[in-house]
Design a protein around this ligand. Structure first.
Ligand code: NPQ
Ligand code: MG
Length: 368
């Protein structure tokens, strides 16, 4: 396969409601999409970097810059390119995993489309649908939170994740348990908002039988998480800290986590995501698929990954309408609390041209 060029397309997608986390409130999503054009097929990739470096150090302008100046030019010289060669070809450029993931995914999608093979089968999926969880933002009041959670449960979501921070943790969890009962699969995500001294405070969540506490401490603080894991009964799950299969192996060996959130963008792509899945499976560590408010492009690939056998917990793989009134692809919809795994070649979905044009803010064509 020969990479002829890559289109960078920036889109702006308004969110159906503001989404508040411990790091900020988002009202719309500024997203970079990649279209890889090859001699045999075209492929799509979605970069999950946010507009601002609040979730991780990456941000969308930096992703576009590194793709334009370094990553795409490193691939256009190959006479026989395939997705497996992308990681090694980009290895000498440090970091920028979200940008690398988007490029590798676009190349992988093109390769699989040319061969008529679905991404799910390529990765080793064993399910044709995946259970859907939903991530619920921090609200101004407990009443508002209970309305939101009640709405998602009525829609059929099979697992609720509450965003937490100091001052919005025990009370919202208690309120959700009191209103909706002990059978609801419930977990919390702190996005690094706590400090190593917060063990006793987080242990106050133990009575509520949560599935897990996600990323309470700084992304670089594996030892802190290992110490914290000995102070709380609720399993610790890492998100931001898990940037590679090596990081996952280190975290597991240290006792820093009992569960792993796999986000393909954060770890550099779907091939590294599969390696993390395999490392965790070998250690008996459950994994689930995270989300970064993807459009249907990124969502399709996430759903394929979430169908692998080690994904034993519901992911943040929500329906399109959790975030967007109109998606750029045919929308992902809940059926009995599940999303269907796409069956078409590659990621199995394509942007609808009119819907895509509607939200496009700029396009740029990169050639050798
Ligand atoms: C998490 N995602 O698991 C993230 C973080 C997150 C679904 O909770 C804009 C773009 C807003 C990306 C808010 C979920 C975001 C974002 C939160 C990612 O930690
Ligand atoms: Mg998280």
């Amino acid at each position: 396969m020969k990479l002829t060029g890559v289109e960078l397309r920036r889109i702006r997608m308004p969110l159906v409601a503001p989404f508040r986390t411990s790091f900020g409130t988002e009202t719309s999503r500024d997203i970079l999409l990649l279209r890889a054009v090859t001699d045999v097929a075209e492929g799509w990739g979605e970069c999950v970097a946010m507009a601002d470096p609040l979730y991780s150090s990456e941000y969308v302008d930096a992703a576009a810059d590194v793709l334009r100046r370094f990553l795409v030019p490193a691939l256009t010289g190959y006479r026989r390119l395939d997705a497996a060669a992308v990681g090694p070809a980009l290895h000498r450029f440090k970091g920028h995993r979200m940008a690398k993931a988007a490029l590798e995914t676009a190349v992988l999608d093109a390769e699989l489309r040319a061969e008529g093979r679905p991404l799910s089968r390529e990765l080793g999926a064993v399910h044709d649908r995946v259970p859907a969880g939903v991530s619920v933002g921090i609200m101004d009041s407990i009443g508002e939170l209970l309305d939101a959670v009640g709405g998602y449960l009525a829609e059929g979501y099979l697992r609720i994740k509450l965003k937490i921070q100091p001052g919005w943790d025990v009370e919202p969890v208690r309120a959700v348990r009191e209103r909706f009962g002990d059978d609801v699969l419930l977990q919390v995500d702190a996005n690094t908002a706590y400090t190593p001294g917060d063990g006793p405070r987080l242990a106050r969540l133990d009575p509520f039988d949560l599935l897990l506490i996600e990323q309470p401490l700084d992304e670089e603080d594996l030892l802190g998480h290992a110490r914290l894991a000995r102070q709380v009964r609720t399993p610790i799950c890492l998100d931001e800290s898990i940037t590679s299969a090596r990081a996952a192996a280190d975290a597991i060996t240290l006792g820093a986590c009992q569960i792993v959130n796999i986000k393909p963008g954060r770890v550099g792509g779907y091939l590294e995501s599969r390696r993390i899945h395999d490392v965790c499976a070998a250690h008996g560590v459950p994994v689930w698929c995270g989300g970064m408010l993807e459009t249907g492009i990124g969502r399709a690939a996430n759903v394929a990954l979430a169908a692998l056998p080690g994904f034993t917990l519901p992911g943040d793989t929500s329906a399109s309408d959790r975030y967007y009134r109109t998606d750029v692809t045919a929308p992902f919809v809940l059926a009995d609390g599940h999303l269907d795994v796409p069956t078409g070649p590659g990621i199995g979905v394509e942007p609808l041209p009119a819907a895509l044009d509607e939200v496009t803010t700029s396009t740029e064509w990169l050639t050798p």
